[in-house]
Structures are given as structure tokens and as C-alpha cells.
Design a protein around this ligand. Structure first.
Ligand code: UDP
Length: 327
């Protein structure tokens, strides 16, 4: 069985669907602090899932999972992910992300579970020294969120050397879109991400969309990002699982599309998809935003045989259909 921590969250729930549709049995462990009970209910309709509500900060909660289920691999999503909040409240981030991960890894060692896929981020690279970013780029995260992810990667490497825990770290670029069948999608409270925020402005009509900074050194002055479709992203986890099963070897991979879109381009694509015009407001730059983030994902293509298939338009269309189902 595969244990998915944070399986009630955004990337976690799409990955659960991907594994279920490939015929695997899945155990979801989630505190539901940011994940949603409604998501668990819709996942139950798809396949054989076992849901355990628990907090990784309580080692007993997670040890019980290994005691009660025969787990062969863990996919670890559970963690806090908001950059701005991590700057204001680093204690919350270090306690949750680091201690939670340590409790998980120590329980795995205790119960002899030696394979894990970890959700990491391109935020571990910090300010780009060159583009596109490959896996060898220096790692200098610029906020506590990114630092927790880098520390966990390093802990995993130490645990491999000492205890033989094999890990695949997937370093995500910007994830976008929703399940094509609307069974799950992006649902954060509060929402800080660009695409859901544009769509909320489209749906609510009288709500303007705020662009954080139009004075960057890019062709239209707004930040450029690499938007990976969520279903492509979920597929990367299954391929990482198969790689780990076959090779039993630790590694790390960037997961991105290698194509960049500016904030204004994303906005224009969304307006076109919805067939609506939305009011724009130019705001000051948001603290901690990099000017351009763009992946070199050739390693994932070569070794995992993963490649992004879906376009930004695909992601915006599915995100729009999903957004309309939200309360
Ligand atoms: N952004 C924006 N308005 C919003 C949300 C985001 O202009 O309401 C910009 C943000 O400044 C960044 C890009 O969109 O340049 C992507 O931001 P997001 O929070 O979606 O992802 P991040 O790159 O921070 O992980």
C-alpha cells in the first residue's frame, strides 16, 4: 500500500487519483488543517482509500499508521506552503514541516519502510543565478518555507547514508489547473495563487485582479513563471514511484514545463478562456517574489520519462470549471 501524507490537499489529492486509477491501494494521512473533508469524500468514490486523520507532529499518530497498514512507499506532501506566512511566523513552519517530517521518517525507519517521494520546490534554489534552473543550480532559499524544504531534502540524504532510506525529491515549479473530471482542484483558504485569484475575479465580476509589480526587468514588466498542469504533476509522482521501485536509488528532479508566462500573459489567457474582461489593479511588488522562474526538466524526461503534456490553456480551463463548483 502507498501512504500519502497531505492527501486531502491540492497536489496530494490529484496524486491520490492518479495512483487509484493505476490500481493501487492508498492510505491518506492528513490533519485536515488545510486539506478538506469534502475532498476525502470525493476520493472515496474513486477507489479503495483508507483515511486517517492525524498530525505528523504527534509521532504516535503516524506510528499507528505503520503499525496498522502494510506500507511499502510513502509520498510526503503534508506541510505548510505559504511563503509570506513563513516569513512572519517561522516557528510554525519549522515546527510543522521539520518536526513533522522527522517523525514520519523515524517511524518509517522503525517499521522498515525505506522508500519515499518528497514534494520539494524550486524555491530551494533562491534567486536564479542562471536560467533555466537545473538540479545543479546552487541552493540558497530566500524564505523560511524554502529553507524547510531544503533542510528536509538534506535530512533525507543523511537518512539514506545512515539508514538506507531511499528518496526521490520532486522540485515543483508553479502548479496549475484541476482534475479534468472536477473531482478535486485547487482550494486554499486564504487563496494567494495567481490562477484561482484571476478566476475568482472573473466569477465575481466586480472584483478586480491585483498584479503584484509591473516594473520587473521582463518584456511586459511582470514576473515570469513556469506553470505545470496538476494532472501532469500527479503523473510525475507515479513515475517517481516506479523508478524507486525498480532502481531503489535516491535522486532529485525538477518538474516544470520549460516554458515561461508572465503574469499579464496568464491574465490574458484566462480572460480569453472565460470570454470576460476583468478589471486590473497594479500593486507594489510582493515581498520575496523572484523575477523569473523557469525549469530545465530534461533530467526528469531522460530518467523518469516524464514530460509536461498539457498547456497553460488546459490548466486554466479545468481550473475555471473547478472554481465554479466551490462554495
Ligand atoms: N500574483 C499576482 N497576483 C495575485 C497572485 C499572484 O500578481 O493575486 C503573481 C505573483 O506576484 C507571482 C506570480 O503571480 O509573480 C505567481 O504567484 P503565485 O503566488 O501563484 O506562485 P509563486 O510563484 O509565488 O509560487
Amino acid at each position: 500500500m502507498i501512504l500519502i501524507t497531505g492527501g486531502a490537499g491540492y497536489i496530494g489529492s490529484h496524486t491520490v487519483i492518479n495512483f487509484l486509477e493505476a490500481g493501487y491501494d492508498v492510505v491518506i494521512f492528513d490533519s485536515l488543517e488545510n486539506g478538506h473533508a469534502e475532498t476525502i469524500e470525493s476520493l472515496k468514490l474513486i477507489g479503495n482509500i483508507h483515511f486517517i486523520k492525524g498530525d505528523l507532529k504527534n509521532i504516535q499518530d503516524i506510528e499507528n499508521v505503520f503499525k496498522n497498514y502494510s506500507i511499502d512507499t510513502v509520498v510526503h506532501f503534508a506541510g505548510f506552503i505559504q511563503v509570506e506566512e513563513s516569513v512572519k511566523n517561522p516557528s510554525k513552519y519549522y515546527r510543522n514541516n521539520i518536526i513533522g517530517s522527522l517523525n514520519l521518517f523515524d517511524s518509517m525507519i522503525k517499521y522498515n519502510v525505506k522508500k519515499i517521494i518528497f514534494s520539494s520546490t524550486c524555491a530551494i534554489y533562491g534567486k536564479p543565478q542562471y536560467l533555466p534552473l537545473d538540479e545543479k543550480h546552487p541552493k540558497n532559499p530566500i524564505n523560511p518555507y524554502g529553507r524547510t524544504k531544503l533542510m528536509i531534502e538534506e535530512i533525507l540524504d543523511d537518512y539514506d547514508r545512515a539508514y538506507g532510506l531511499k528518496s526521490i525529491k520532486l522540485r515543483y515549479f508553479n502548479v496549475a489547473g484541476a482534475d479534468s473530471q472536477k473531482r478535486t482542484g485547487e482550494w486554499h483558504e486564504p487563496e494567494t495563487h495567481i490562477i484561482p485569484n484571476i478566476l475568482k475575479s472573473i466569477i465575481k465580476k466586480n472584483k478586480s485582479f491585483k498584479i503584484f509589480g509591473n516594473d520587473y526587468n521582463t518584456p511586459d514588466g511582470t514576473c515570469i513563471r513556469d506553470y505545470v498542469n496538476i494532472e501532469d504533476m500527479a503523473e510525475a509522482h507515479k513515475l517517481a514511484y516506479l523508478f524507486l521501485k525498480e532502481k531503489n536509488k535516491s535522486d532529485c528532479f525538477n518538474i516544470g514545463t520549460e516554458k515561461g508566462y508572465s503574469v499579464k500573459e496568464v491574465f490574458a489567457t484566462a480572460e480569453k478562456a472565460a470570454g470576460t474582461k476583468v478589471q486590473l489593479e497594479i500593486m507594489p511588488r510582493r515581498e520575496g517574489d523572484a523575477e523569473v522562474l523557469l525549469s530545465d526538466s530534461s533530467k526528469a524526461e531522460k530518467i523518469l520519462h516524464w514530460k509536461a503534456k498539457k498547456s497553460l490553456e488546459d490548466s486554466i480551463n479545468t481550473a475555471l470549471s473547478w472554481e465554479k463548483t466551490l462554495p
